[in-house]
Ligand binder design. Structure first.
Ligand SMILES: *Cc1c(COP(=O)(O)O)cnc(C)c1O
Length: 436
C-alpha cells in the first residue's frame, strides 16, 4: 500500500508540474482499457493507465479555468481525501466511525454557530448541494406535518434546479414550485413574495432564499424574507451552496447578512472554498429534526447515545467527507479563508471594471461571478459560441449559461491562479468580439 502511494505521489508530481500548461479543457479524449486485464497490474502499469485519464480531464489548475464553480482543490483537502479512503470508515453508524462521526457533529455545530444558527445548531454532510437541498426540504415538510399532502414551495425565479428535483423526489408536481420575480439585481423581491403568500391556498412547506444564484451570484435579501417567514410562521431555507461560506469570514459576512435566521441552510465548501469534491452540508437551527424525519430502525448496529449518521439523512453508507473539510479549514486558517474570498471578490471587481466601458449587459450580483452579453437587441447565441471558442483557444475557459432567453458568457473568479494576465487577455478578446 505505502509503496504504491509513494509511486503515485511521484507520478502526481510530474503531472502537477505540467498542469498550468495544459488547457482547461482537453481537445481530445483517449480512453484507457476499460475491462480488467486477465492478471492484475503492477504499480507502473497502473500509473500508465492513469496517464490518459489526466489528459482527458477538466483541468482546474490552469489559470484560465474560470468557467464554473470548481476551483483547484485545497491541498490539505486532497490529503484528507486520501486518508479518508485509507481509514475507510463509514458514517452510517457510530461504531464504524467513532471519532469521525463526532468530528462531523462538532465541526458542523461550530460552522452552524458561526453562521448565526444558534447554540444548538448542527447538521449533516452529504454528497453535494442537491442532496442537501432535498434533505432540508423533506425535513421541513415533515416538521410542518405536511407529509403526504399537497404543499408548495416559494423561491426566486433564479433559484437552482435542485428545488425542482426535490419536489419530484417528494412526489409533488412541478407547479408546486412558486417562482417569485426578482429585482434588477437578481434578488427575490420580498414585497412580491409577501403578496403571493397572502393569496396562497395550499399549505406552504418552505420559503427558499438563495445566497448566491448560480448564473449571476445574487444574494436574496434574507433579512426581509426572514421577517416575512417569522410573521407568517413559515420555514425558511437558505440555499447557500455558493455564498454561505462568506459567513465564515468576519470581513465578508455582511454579503450574506441575516443568513443565520434560517431554519435550515445548505453550504458547499466544494465550490468557493475549493475543498475537494464532494463537500456539502445541510445545517439546522434544531438538528434533531433530521433524526425525527429520517430515522428508520438499523437492527444490525449497536444503539448509540445519539442518532447514528445513517438516521440523519438520505444516505446510508457514506465516506467521512468531514475529514478533508476539517483539514482544509485547518490549513487555511481564519486568515486564509478571508484571503481566499477577498482575492476572488477583487478579481471579479477588476474584471467588472475593465468590462464596464464596453457595450455589454452585465447582470451580475456582488459575489465572485461576472456574467455578460452584448447590449444589442438580437440573439447572443452565435456571439457567445464563437467568443467562447476564441477564448478557449487561448486557454481561457468561460461557461455559456442561458438566462432569461439569452446566452451569456460567465466567468467565476474563484481560481486563485487567475491573474491580471488572464483578465487582460479576456477583456481584449471580448472587446475585439464586439467590434468585429
Ligand atoms: C451548485 C448549487 C447547488 C447544488 O449543488 P451540487 O453540489 O451541484 O448538487 C444548489 N444551489 C446552488 C445555488 C448552487 O449553485
Amino acid at each position: 500500500m505505502v509503496a504504491l502511494i509513494r509511486q503515485a505521489v511521484t507520478w502526481l508530481e510530474r503531472w502537477h508540474g505540467e498542469a498550468p500548461q495544459r488547457s482547461p479543457l482537453p481537445s481530445s479524449i483517449t480512453l484507457p482499457p476499460v475491462a480488467p486485464a486477465p492478471w492484475g497490474l503492477d504499480a507502473t502499469r497502473l500509473m500508465e493507465d492513469l496517464d490518459p485519464v489526466v489528459l482527458g480531464s477538466y483541468n482546474p489548475w490552469h489559470p484560465g479555468a474560470m468557467a464554473h464553480l470548481d476551483p483547484p482543490p485545497n491541498p490539505a483537502s486532497v490529503v484528507g481525501e486520501l486518508v479518508c479512503a485509507w481509514l475507510n470508515n463509514n458514517m452510517l453508524a457510530e461504531e464504524l466511525s467513532p471519532l469521525l462521526s463526532q468530528l462531523e457533529r462538532r465541526l458542523l455545530g461550530w460552522i452552524g454557530q458561526r453562521l448565526g444558527l444558534g447554540e444548538d445548531a448542527g447538521g449533516i454532510m452529504a454528497s453535494g448541494g442537491t442532496i442537501c437541498t432535498i434533505t432540508a426540504l423533506v425535513t421541513a415538510r415533515h416538521q410542518r406535518g405536511l407529509d403526504g399532502q399537497q404543499a408548495c414551495l416559494y423561491a426566486s425565479a433564479d433559484c437552482h434546479n435542485s428545488l425542482a428535483k426535490a419536489l419530484r423526489v417528494m412526489g409533488l408536481p412541478a407547479a408546486a414550485l412558486r417562482l417569485v420575480s426578482t429585482d434588477d439585481a437578481g434578488r427575490l423581491d420580498p414585497h412580491r413574495l409577501d403578496q403571493s403568500l397572502e393569496k396562497e391556498t395550499d399549505p406552504i412547506l418552505a420559503v427558499v432564499a438563495t445566497a448566491g444564484t448560480t448564473v449571476r451570484g445574487a444574494v436574496d435579501p434574507i433579512g426581509p424574507i426572514a421577517d416575512i417567514c417569522h410573521r407568517r410562521g413559515l420555514w425558511l431555507h437558505v440555499d447557500g451552496a455558493i455564498g454561505a461560506v462568506c459567513g465564515l469570514s468576519q470581513r465578508h459576512q455582511e454579503l450574506v447578512a441575516h443568513m443565520g435566521r434560517a431554519d435550515s441552510l445548505t453550504m458547499n465548501p466544494q465550490k468557493w472554498l475549493g475543498i475537494a469534491k464532494a463537500s456539502a452540508m445541510v445545517l439546522l437551527r434544531q438538528p434533531q429534526a433530521l433524526a425525527d424525519t429520517f430515522s428508520a430502525p438499523l437492527a444490525y448496529m449497536e444503539p448509540a447515545r445519539i442518532a447514528h449518521g445513517g438516521d440523519c439523512g438520505l444516505q446510508g453508507t457514506r465516506p467521512a467527507e468531514v475529514l478533508k473539510l476539517w483539514l482544509g479549514l485547518r490549513q487555511l486558517g481564519q486568515q486564509g479563508i478571508d484571503e481566499l474570498l477577498d482575492g476572488a471578490l477583487q478579481r471579479a471587481q477588476t474584471l467588472r471594471q475593465a468590462l464596464a466601458p464596453l457595450p455589454l449587459a452585465m447582470p451580475s450580483g456582488n459575489l465572485h461571478i461576472v456574467c455578460f452579453r452584448p447590449r444589442t437587441a438580437g440573439s447572443s447565441e452565435a456571439w457567445s459560441r464563437h467568443t467562447r471558442e476564441q477564448l478557449l483557444d487561448q486557454g481561457l475557459m468561460l461557461s455559456r449559461p442561458r438566462y432569461r432567453g439569452q446566452h451569456y458568457l460567465k466567468a467565476v473568479l474563484g481560481n486563485p491562479f487567475t491573474g491580471m494576465q488572464q483578465i487582460a487577455a479576456l477583456v481584449d478578446t471580448i472587446s475585439a468580439s464586439l467590434s468585429s
